[in-house]
Design a protein around this ligand. Sequence first.
Ligand code: CMC
Length: 439
Amino acid sequence: MTDKTFTLTNDQTGEKWTLPVFEGTQGPSTIDIRSLYADTGFFTLDPSFTSTASCKSRITYIDGDEGILQHRGYDIKDLAENTSYLEVCHALLYGDLPNTAEKAEFENNITYHTMVHEQLHYFYRGFRRDAHPMAIMCGVVGALSSFYHDSLDIWDPEQREISAHRLIAKMPTLAAMTLKYSLGQPFVYPNNELSYSANFLNMCFSVPAEKYHVSPTLERAMDKILILHADHEQNASTSTVRIAGSSQANPFACIASGIASLWGPAHGGANQAVLEMLRQIGHKDNIPEFLERAKDKNDPFRLMGFGHRVYKNYDPRATVLKSSCDAVLDELGVDDPLLDLARELERIALEDPYFAERKLFPNVDFYSGIILKAMGFPEEMFTVLFAVSRTVGWISQWKEMIEEPSHRIGRPRQLYTGATERKVRPLDQRDPSRQEAAE
Ligand code: CMC
């Protein structure tokens, strides 16, 4: 409960209403407007949720002005440097980093579920070889609900946990199968002797005919990329998962909805779009022309990998990735001209008053594509990797919501601006202009 209140005055009538104010452990105070409509007859309008907290959560904290991102209180840089992805998964799912015994148990639980039902292979064959991997992922992850009937009861904590483990364990397998299918290569089964990230790289890049050695630098880089994308509080895809889950849909279906939402270029699809943009710019000399286009409101061109709804400072994930980029490119001996172009674009954009005034800084997607490309992933797979990593965030947020006793179905209201009541007219009189004139 709270002692603080916020008083609202109707300027027309002078009526006043007092609303409770909640304080989080960090971040802005929040006015509780749940009873507003019942008390006042007014809705609030906030279509893209710029001022609306859609839930209470204990998982992830972002301070966009300071460029801070914490999971369960741990700073993202600290996590990226000192933990593994599965340790971060444990923290997101259970509230804390694991100790030695918990870590071993959790890793065992996840590796136990890495294989997918053999029948799922047939789903892949139904897709065109050139299908976008995210289209395949929307389908096959949704299809998991038809294979694991024993973990669909969302009211049973044990089943919720098994579903969470299955999703975290199977996403790399499904993602790697998507890549293999597009290449026309045989699927590679998981190898539970490898770490989560090494196993994923192995399933993506090994072929039965040859030995494949997972480079420790790439394994670590993969792990870092997964850590950096693991959760990001109530972003578009997470909110999609929560809304889908609020109707009591099963967790596999909810995660499939999150994948669909992540696909868009304004969200997870941006990492693919960054490379497309860099290639479109082509040369340092063309940067000014493209910056002018990005500033022109009549031109749909935007600087991909720049800007963020919440960060009005450097995206802390981009800082970590930028430094990883050099290590990976060095290890691989890759001298990618796109990286030089990206650095130059960043430098010039940050000096430009348009970007400075709007606090548009590089986000996580600005550098992730360059690393993933150097690691050998086709560009269409970039957003799939984001989905692999974000699955733990989605499922942790879903679990938190289901375990919140007061949760109800998410059901926004609207400000209706359409036609008022009118009569159905015979077919030959339905020209809208005539109909309007007649009314
Ligand atoms: N290039 C040019 N102008 C921009 C950009 C950009 N990338 N981003 C924002 N702006 C401008 C925008 O036109 C607006 O200008 P004005 O105030 O003059 O109208 C102002 O900055 C504020 O932008 P907004 O559209 O109100 O911001 P938003 O919070 O609705 O959008 C965003 C956030 C991430 C969708 C947007 O910045 C964008 O489209 N960025 C490029 C796509 C991208 O990199 N997405 C990845 C986000 S990070 C990973 C993830 O979370 O998925």
